[in-house]
Design a protein around this ligand. Structure first.
Ligand SMILES: Cc1cc2nc3c(=O)[nH]c(=O)nc-3n(C[C@H](O)[C@H](O)[C@H](O)COP(=O)(O)OP(=O)(O)OC[C@H]3O[C@@H](n4cnc5c(N)ncnc54)[C@H](O)[C@@H]3O)c2cc1C
Length: 385
């Protein structure tokens, strides 16, 4: 008979759920992952462009980012799978005093956390990124330890190794209810059956609010759509992820990098935000982002775009994830609201979730959890989204 009772049930096999299952299975926790989609990473995960950095502006994401980089960068030697990790760094460029000021102020915070990121004046930055448009360039930051990897390959690798260690995955199975008795989680109901567990982890990405409501909880996570694209592959000419934070009509920042396999992958943040679950590509995105990118790096005009897509950021009001136990329902663990960073945060967050479940927190975890608490005031806005 098929098994119906587990220690932990994870709702969602995405950027967070797959690495969480891996970390839990490694800790010997009997884990079931349920996903309504047909295979791993089919929600927001596969729409991420693959950027991975620790150079954030707050202690929680910095700690998570540093650990994730360790996991991604050593994955192949430890577990054998090529997840297309490439340590090309990140560079935030400044063409106006406004952006120079923002980035230099951020550097002070980032240095206070010991991050390897520095300011480079125009000539020095052009040595790192020779194809940047030199006209009007003031300089920019560069953090050489950051990088990128393939969201598809990485999420799949976590899934396979979680399975190898005994985690169960059920695809094409939607969670329709979270079972709560006497203020405690008892399990979940799906469109196919019922499963018991003392812990349910909500890792449902852009659908997290609905899965929280199943337990009578409210979490401020809303789907915010972003478009992205990939070009044909060309010989390597660009190392870092380049980020331009100048707002323009219709968009705020945009960013692009050259993937391990040669393609340029890029996306843009629409302004104002486009809320909702619509993931049909628009005709606005490509002309808008292409103009901005070719202006920043004229050489890009020679590369052909192969495909565009539109995915969802699971957004929170302050731009920070929501991670921790519910105070209202015992055994309900939130790992939601990853905004534009769920791929890069996923691996370290998975480990943190496992430590929460087995009650083996490290001293630094308490600071991270305080910052990302579901019970915080959602007032402060993130400095560098
Ligand atoms: C264009 C774009 C570019 C991005 N670039 C980056 C980047 O460079 N770096 C980065 O770190 N992040 C990036 N992101 C953000 C990243 O994709 C998300 O933050 C991340 O994928 C969220 O992970 P998640 O596991 O929370 O959600 P998901 O990956 O969406 O996983 C949630 C899963 O839950 C399942 N689910 C939901 N409800 C139910 C239910 N009731 N029953 C069963 N299953 C359910 C879904 O099917 C889904 O598979 C980007 C996003 C977009 C759109």
């Amino acid at each position: 008979m098929a098994r119906t009772h587990y220690d932990v049930i994870i709702v969602g096999a995405g950027s967070v759920g797959a690495p969480a299952a891996f970390a839990l299975a490694r800790a010997g926790v009997q884990t079931l992952v349920l996903d309504k989609k047909p295979s791993v990473g089919q929600g927001s995960s596969k729409t991420a462009i693959g950027g991975i950095r620790a150079t954030h502006s707050d202690p929680a994401k910095i700690r998570l980012g540093l650990r994730s980089i360790e996991i991604f960068s050593t994955w192949q030697e430890r577990f054998g799978d090529d997840i297309e990790w490439y340590r090309g760094g990140y560079s935030f460029v400044a063409y106006r005093p406004r952006e120079e000021k923002i980035l230099k102020e951020l550097l002070e915070i980032q240095h206070s956390y010991g991050l390897n990121i520095h300011w480079y004046d125009r000539e020095a930055l052009l040595e790192i990124i020779p194809d940047l448009n030199p006209n009007g360039l003031i300089g920019g930051t560069f953090s050489p330890n950051d990088g990128n990897a393939s969201p598809l390959l990485a999420t799949h690798a976590f899934y396979r190794h979680a399975q190898r260690l005994g985690a169960a995955f059920h695809f094409n199975e939607a969670v329709t209810d979270v079972l709560v008795e006497g203020g405690r989680v008892r399990g979940v109901r799906t469109d196919k059956g019922e499963y018991g567990a003392a812990v349910v982890i909500n890792a449902a990405g852009p659908w997290a609010r609905k899965v929280a409501q199943m337990a009578g909880l409210e979490v401020p996570v809303n789907p915010d759509s972003h478009e992205a694209a990939i070009t044909e592959a060309v010989a390597r000419f660009l190392d870092p992820m380049v980020v331009d934070i100048r707002p323009r009509p219709g968009s705020s920042n945009y960013y692009f990098y050259q993937h391990y396999t040669g393609q340029i992958v890029f996306c843009i943040t629409p302004s104002p935000s486009i809320w909702g679950y619509d993931t049909r590509e628009t005709s606005v995105f490509l002309p808008m982002v292409a103009r901005r990118m070719v202006d920043l790096m004229p050489k890009l005009k020679n590369i052909r775009v192969r495909r565009t897509w539109r995915g969802l950021y699971p957004m929170t009001p302050d731009g920070f994830p929501i991670v921790g136990w519910s105070q209202e329902v015992a055994g309900y663990l939130l790992a939601v609201g990853m905004c534009g960073q769920g791929f890069m945060l996923g691996p370290s967050l998975g480990e943190l979730l496992a430590r929460l479940v087995v009650e083996d927190l490290e001293p630094e975890d308490h600071k991270v959890l305080a910052h990302l608490s579901p019970h915080r005031q959602f007032g402060e806005e993130e400095k560098l989204k």
